[in-house]
Design a protein around this ligand. Structure first.
Ligand SMILES: Nc1ncnc2c1ncn2[C@@H]1O[C@H](COP(=O)(O)OP(=O)(O)OP(=O)(O)O)[C@@H](O)[C@H]1O
Ligand SMILES: [Mg+2]
Length: 490
């Protein structure tokens, strides 16, 4: 056997004779020798021996003290102790101190070799177990760190492994998944599972992952998933395609919305221009003006759509710098409501109302952008009140901040839609919006702008009753307030 051992004894004659005798009986064994415990310790520090043999009685540091050090330094290395004839006490002490075995002088070579072989064998097993443990630990760690969700389902349909990526992707933590039926943890699993390709051996390109939907917590997830069977069940690996999917859908919606939104004004412009160009008709000045008005008005609408798209892009790429002034909200709200009253003068079924407190802290933010937000919200309030009603703008103090609420009595927004309407290009049921146009960018832009002013834009709404959009902004700090004061006196 190939093994390396250390022999420690102050008896030079023994150190000369024993190695030779051992080498004859134990094939391939390598033997180092030390005459003192101190020297032996140095070797032990450098070399991980398969076994150590040491005399107990030595001048200076004795064998028992050495044994103690070995147990500290190399706790798994078996150590055999050599005792003098009849030194039973020492032998017992050695065993108590963690010695693997002891041999008495004069050494019975058969016994010694047999014991040493067993010690070396033990050490070898120990090492193998340790290596397997490390390999297992490494496998577990690898699984913890892969980017793909990985889980194991046993033959009884119970989840037996659930890695952190599986948690991150699905939102289901390991303690809610492990030891439970897959069908409980993953609603719809029974329907989806038969669709998932399962290979009998992992291999390159053996199977193509399938994209399947799963609904978790009201959220639809699209997973690209495949499995491999083995004795413990099926290991599934998956990654989420939800975002790619959502992006694809969004792109589709965007193109549909924008082309629809562009087509209406373009048709009006084209029609008016063609009419004006006709040579067979004599136009009154007033007719001409009406047609030109249409062209002007619709061109304006087109450029507003283009502006919104460009503006949203600018927001996304972080190119937009916002001013940070103290804003006098009472004045700003009055201005905006006046302006919107003017804009919607034709809508006699809509009344505007403004409530502002007598005094108000100035808030931090960019006044032009906040004006843009309010105009958007009021525009929506009117647009989505096809049967008219009251549009109320209320400004009020809240602890540490100020809230501006825009309330309408319009069509309202279904609970499921209330989160989505802030998405880019999202419009609730564009077909059903009673012919009201828009690109679905308004609220996206509003929320982004408010966020950049360290504020929050939220909605509460009841279908058929109306909606309230609330902008919460923090009160300006002293520096901001000074700026507001300067702005007011200037
Ligand atoms: N006050 C409201 N009442 C009911 N629904 C609303 C209200 N405000 C917004 N919505 C819904 O949210 C959707 C998104 O609004 P958003 O302002 O982002 O887009 P839009 O008004 O359709 O188009 P635009 O880009 O021209 O503003 C609207 O299409 C509408 O369905
Ligand atoms: Mg809008």
């Amino acid at each position: 056997m190939s093994a390396r051992i250390l022999l420690v004894d102050d008896d030079k004659a023994l150190l000369d004779a024993l190695p030779e005798a051992l080498q004859l009986r134990m094939n391939g064994i390598e033997i180092d020798t030390s005459e003192t415990a101190i020297e032996a310790l140095e070797r032990i520090r450098d070399t991980d021996y398969d076994a150590i043999v040491s005399d107990i009685k030595m001048p200076g540091m004795d064998g028992l003290a050495l044994l103690h050090e070995i147990r500290e330094l190399r706790p798994t290395t078996p150590t055999l102790m050599i005792t003098g004839h009849g030194e039973r006490d020492l032998a017992v002490q050695a065993l108590r101190g963690g010695a693997y075995d002891f041999v008495q002088k004069p050494i019975d070579r058969d016994y010694f070799v047999a014991s040493l072989e067993r010690a070396i064998q033990l050490r070898r097993l120990d090492r193998e177990v340790e290596q397997q443990r490390l390999a297992l630990e490494r496998h577990a760690r690898v699984l913890e760190h892969v980017d793909d969700g990985v889980f194991l389902i046993d033959d009884g349909g119970v989840i037996r492994h659930w890695n952190p990526a599986a948690h991150a992707i699905t939102g289901v933590p390991a303690d809610q998944a492990l030891e439970r039926k897959a069908a409980e943890t993953l609603p719809g699993w029974e329907v989806v599972a038969p669709l998932i390709p399962v290979a009998s051996m992992p291999g390159p390109g053996s199977l193509e992952a399938k994209v399947v939907p799963l609904e978790l917590d009201g959220r639809e997830l699209w997973l690209s998933i495949s499995g491999v069977t083995f004795s413990d069940g099926i290991v599934y690996a998956f990654r989420s395609l939800t975002e790619e999917r959502a992006l694809d859908e969004l792109k589709g919606e965007f193109i549909a919305t924008v082309s629809h939104e562009l087509r209406t004004p373009l048709a009006a412009i084209y029609g008016s221009a063609q009419t004006l160009l006709r040579e067979d008709v004599e136009f009154e000045e007033s007719d001409k003006k009406r047609l030109l008005d249409v062209i002007a008005h619709e061109s304006e609408r087109l450029s507003r759509i283009a502006d919104d798209i460009l503006f949203a892009n600018k927001l996304d790429s972080g190119q937009l710098a916002l001013g940070e002034n103290g804003i006098d909200l009472r004045a700003l709200a009055r201005d905006v409501v006046e302006e919107m009253r003017g804009c919607f003068a034709a809508r006699e079924d809509i009344s505007f109302e403004l409530t502002v407190p007598d005094a108000l802290d100035s808030v931090a933010g960019d006044p032009d952008r906040l004006r843009q937000v309010l105009i958007n919200l009021i525009d929506n309030a009117v647009k989505y009140s096809p049967d008219g009603g009251r549009v109320e703008v209320a400004v009020e103090s809240r602890d540490g901040g100020v809230r501006i609420a825009v309330r309408d009595e319009g069509i309202g927004i279904a609970p499921l839609e209330q989160r989505r309407i802030f998405g880019k290009f999202y419009r609730v049921d564009p077909g059903l919006a009673r012919g009201v146009g828009g690109t679905g960018l308004g609220l996206y832009i509003c929320r982004e702008l408010v966020r950049r002013m360290d504020g929050r834009l939220s909605v509460s709404s009841e279908e058929g009753k109306g909606s309230t959009f609330a902008v919460d902004l923090p009160v300006a700090t002293a520096a901001g307030k000074d700026a507001a004061a300067v702005a007011q006196t200037a």
